[in-house]
Write a protein that binds this ligand. Structure first.
Ligand SMILES: *Cc1c(COP(=O)(O)O)cnc(C)c1O
Length: 382
């Protein structure tokens, strides 16, 4: 047998045996997996349902349309594109579709919890081919809305990205909306991390406040790797061409054929996320997160958070990597991360990033996380 299958088996065992706490990871259902591993992977379908460049697309048109319809309902948007290959290409499609080359936009600093695609200077397309400005967080690790509003007023960016990979607090969409409106900027909510919490009703919904929503589908939403771009009623009111601009930017602007197996798996995940059980799942993620943070705090650790699915722990200057390794030796998987106002470096950061979505899928509840918190504290303090 091809050794790759033995390696896959080993990885499945690793995922089951260890405690998985990386906040961007999750466990997909067997149904999602079966759509992902289907014959849809064989088909080419450049274009959109009803407007393809290849023959033989009658069935995949229905599949993509179903994914679009379910996703529109789930995210509460009048227009949805389900073709982006992943979160980074989705964000690229938004910037390329809505801004001129070199256009000015605003995004959260990587070190404050933002994403590379939100304008990280030097190394990313978003920082190299656009004029990116970055906002950070205050001493408490929170967005300073007043300062940000003043900066927006002064700099007048054409677009504002809101969304993060390591921000343990609620995002206040209404405040961002006021800032964006004051300078007529596009407001984009990148809800990759929190999509499952939003559709599960435990994080405020950006749809009434923003113009564009981007999201990966594989984090708290618990679907396949992939991404969506939604255009809201506000977005269409701001520019009636917004939906067309986004679609053209994805294809033919940046991508070729859509990954139909992923799109079918997305449709399955959207249906799962619209069930009442998913609401309970989302609620449990946050309950577990709060209990874990409280336990770690009561053990004397410096915890930042939490109001959502994740938290940061300050484990001492430059110590993140070493402590993450020690936890791995004890079968607890987390990742090293910068903390707000980091004194170390991105390679030797001072924090750990920890989240509850994956183990909540496995059925863990408060008492499991309390026990885990005590064990983790012992290992961290060693
Ligand atoms: C994960 C994430 C992305 C990127 O997704 P990839 O699928 O890894 O490219 C973009 N933005 C945010 C906020 C994310 O959390």
């Amino acid at each position: 047998m091809d050794p790759i299958f033995d390696l896959i088996k080993q990885e499945t065992e690793r995922q089951r045996k260890q405690v998985q706490l990386i906040p961007s990871e999750n466990f997909i259902s067997e149904e999602v997996k079966s759509a992902l591993g289907s014959d849809l992977s064989n088909k080419y379908a450049e274009g959109y349902p009803g407007k393809r460049y290849y023959q033989g697309n009658k069935i995949v048109d229905e599949i993509e349309q179903l994914a679009i319809d379910r996703g529109k309902k789930l995210f509460g948007v009048p227009h949805l594109n389900v073709q982006p290959y992943s979160g980074s290409p989705a964000n690229m499609a938004v910037l390329v579709g809505l801004l001129e080359h070199g256009g000015k936009f605003y995004g959260m600093q990587l070190s404050a919890g933002g994403h590379l695609t939100h304008g990280h200077p030097g190394v990313t397309f978003s920082g190299k081919y656009f004029q990116s400005m970055q906002y950070g967080v205050n001493e408490e690790g929170k967005i300073d809305y007043e300062k940000m509003a003043q900066d927006v007023e002064r700099e007048k960016p054409k677009l504002i990205f809101v969304g993060a990979t390591a921000y343990p607090w609620i995002l206040e969409w209404e405040k961002f909306s006021r800032m964006a409106k004051s300078v007529n900027a596009w407001l984009v909510a990148d809800v990759s991390h929190i999509a499952g919490l939003i559709v599960g009703g435990v994080h405020p919904d950006p749809a009434p406040f923003v113009d564009i929503i981007t999201s990966t589908t594989h984090k708290t939403l618990r679907g396949p790797r992939g991404a969506i771009i939604g255009v809201t009623e506000n977005g269409l009111a701001k520019d009636p061409e917004a939906a067309k601009k986004i679609d053209k930017s994805v294809f033919p602007g940046l991508q070729g054929g859509p990954h139909l197996n992923n799109i079918a798996a997305m449709a399955v995940a959207f249906e799962e996320a619209s069930r009442p059980e998913f609401k309970k799942y989302a609620e449990q993620i946050v309950k577990n997160s709060i209990v874990l943070a409280q336990t770690l705090k009561s053990e004397g650790l410096k915890v930042l958070g939490t109001e959502n699915h994740l938290m940061l722990i300050d484990v001492g200057e430059g110590m993140g990597k070493e402590v993450a390794q020690r936890l791995e030796e004890n079968d607890i998987i987390v990742n090293k991360n910068t903390i707000p106002n980091e004194q170390g470096s991105p390679f030797r950061p001072s924090g750990l990033r920890i989240g509850t979505p994956a183990m909540t899928t496995r059925g863990w509840v408060e008492k499991d996380f309390e026990e885990l918190g005590k064990r983790m504290a012992q290992i961290i303090k060693k």
